[in-house]
Design a protein around this ligand. Structure first.
Ligand SMILES: Cc1cc2nc3c(=O)[nH]c(=O)nc-3n(C[C@H](O)[C@H](O)[C@H](O)COP(=O)(O)OP(=O)(O)OC[C@H]3O[C@@H](n4cnc5c(N)ncnc54)[C@H](O)[C@@H]3O)c2cc1C
Ligand code: FES
Ligand code: FES
Length: 480
């Protein structure tokens, strides 16, 4: 049985198939059909709901796509939908703002926009236009146009965050803690199919030994698509979102330690402090809904050649801490990607955390080239860590996504760069060497020759950007 709050109502749910999505649960079991289904793949935001979690002594409001969130992951959380926003017959301030700014025509996208705006309203008292654009980039509208919707969100700035939810915060916090205390681990089952919610790494290791065919779900932003798009029916799912050891976020003098289950949104402030280009890349990874659910561990384990964080972790020389049963091991990220979507992760093992060394001698560059700025997959992603002495390259780690069957380093280009000045002239040999490192393929996102040219140009761009910080300032357009 799992337990969660559906608005104010405590729900105990069992006898439900493990791959039921929150959207399916809302529309078919809870009979609340305000939440809409558009794409069923996390792209359009029509199904956006807000999850409330008791974290670090307060309630955290996050907007997520209910179409790719499994219902079992609701254990210990509060689920809010568009039906819950009205209070004593009056519209919530975000709904009222949409009415006043004429932000809705056919209305299909509106519940999703309202829920994203609601999360924004709860999290940022004075949202700027950039905050609003970031907050709504995961919601598509095909008829109204975005101007009135953005105006509605901006009109809320400074209006305060007091509503019926703020008044109920202490009680909701207590109820969520009570669930955690009375039911720390949970299980949803139906006809021999199961969704497990372990709360620590020992239980997770044990479950993986007992159910060797089980699939792990962290944010589910990759895995859930296998259910909604490929109609797979996994028998056993194990949710990682409540495993304490996978949620660590530590700052040491010489390294950052990031639990594999930490979401992009939660990792972002620490990365912003130590690896600004990495944090800036995350702003372009999916949409806010995806970043609120997706995890670094999921991105690495998924091993997609066009995943965004693996090239950065390769450039930063990260180490993966893996646990299998009672065995612990460390695998350097260089050794992890063994073939197309294949990794060195042992059977029944899981990534517990990721260590990223802090090296103040290095300069970092990260670029994502995609067709759209927001919510798009990379054609090429590049990450460089370069150590310079008197502007001469003494060490370099150049890593790319989208150039090979795995995220990969450009070893020949690295060798060609070492000993050269990091300048327009100094990178020419390394640009040439990239043609020996990679033979990228043509696909729907880009041709192989385009990818190669882009990779070479990104190296040039890094050198020019570096030159501009040491020489004359140069404006580099952010859009890649
Ligand atoms: C609309 C949309 C946009 C997206 N945009 C981007 C993008 O811009 N860039 C990008 O890189 N990706 C993107 N993605 C893909 C996805 O969001 C990321 O790959 C994300 O990091 C996956 O993390 P997750 O926690 O959701 O993984 P899940 O889906 O939960 O898991 C993915 C795989 O990893 C395994 N796994 C998860 N955690 C662990 C662990 N700790 N140990 C071992 N195995 C584990 C799971 O079993 C599964 O096989 C997008 C996805 C969607 C739906
Ligand atoms: S239905 Fe499109 S994101 Fe969920
Ligand atoms: S109002 Fe019709 S899709 Fe947005």
């Amino acid at each position: 049985m799992i337990r969660f709050l559906l608005n104010e109502q405590l729900v105990s749910l069992d006898n439900c198939s493990p791959d039921t999505t929150v959207l399916e649960y809302l529309r078919t079991k809870a009979e609340q059909r305000g939440t809409k289904e558009g794409c069923a793949s996390g792209d359009c935001g029509a199904c956006t709901v807000v999850l409330v979690e008791a974290k670090n002594g307060r309630l955290q409001y996050i907007n997520v796509n209910s179409c790719i969130t499994f219902v079992g992951s609701l254990h210990g959380k509060q689920l809010l939908t568009v039906e819950h926003l009205k209070s004593s017959g009056a519209l919530h301030p975000v709904q009222q703002a949409m009415v006043e700014q004429h932000g809705s025509q056919c209305g299909f996208c509106t519940p999703g926009f309202i829920m994203s705006m609601f999360a924004l309203y709860k999290n940022i008292a004075q949202p700027s236009r950039a905050d609003v654009e970031r907050g709504l980039a995961g919601n598509l509208c095909r008829c109204t146009g975005y101007r009135p919707i953005i105006d509605a969100a901006l009109s809320l700035a400074g209006k305060g965050v007091t509503d019926q939810f703020s008044q109920a915060e202490a009680s909701v916090y207590q109820q969520l803690r009570d669930i955690e205390e009375t039911l720390p681990t949970a299980e949803l089952s139906f006809a021999n199919r199961r969704f497990f919610v372990p709360c620590n790494s020992d239980e997770l290791a044990d479950l993986l030994q007992r159910y060797p065919e089980a699939q792990m779900v962290a944010g589910g932003t990759d895995l859930a698509l296998a259910v909604t798009q490929q109609l797979q029916q996994p028998d056993t799912l194990i949710y990682l979102g409540r495993v304490a050891q996978l949620q660590c976020l530590e700052e040491h003098k010489d390294r950052l330690v990031i639990g594999a289950g930490v979401t992009y949104s939660d990792a972002e402030p620490l990365l912003h402090k130590h690896f600004l280009p990495f944090a800036q890349l995350l702003e372009r990874l999916g949409s806010l809904q995806i970043r609120n659910q997706g995890t670094l561990g999921g991105n690495v384990a998924n091993a997609s050649p066009i995943g965004d964080t693996p090239p950065v972790l390769l450039a930063l020389n990260a180490t993966l801490h893996i646990r299998t049963g009672h065995t612990y091991q460390q695998i350097a990220i260089d050794e992890f990607f063994t073939g197309y979507r294949q990794t060195a992760l042992p059977k029944n093992g899981f990534i517990e955390r990721i260590d990223i060394p802090i090296d103040h001698q290095q300069t970092h560059f990260v670029y994502k080239v995609s067709k759209r700025l927001d919510d798009d997959i990379s054609a090429v992603c590049a990450a460089f860590s370069i150590t310079l002495e008197d502007n001469m390259v003494v060490a370099a780690r150049l890593a790319f996504g989208g150039m090979a069957a795995t995220p990969a380093r450009a070893f020949k280009a690295e060798q060609a760069l070492i000993g050269q000045l990091f300048s327009e002239a100094g990178i020419i040999a390394a640009q040439q060497a990239l043609t020996e490192d990679f033979s990228p393929i043509d696909d729907v996102r880009a041709t192989g020759s385009y990818r190669l040219k882009v990779a070479q140009n990104l190296l040039l761009r890094a050198a020019l950007e570096h030159q501009s910080t040491t020489d004359e300032p140069m404006e580099v357009v952010q859009y890649a």
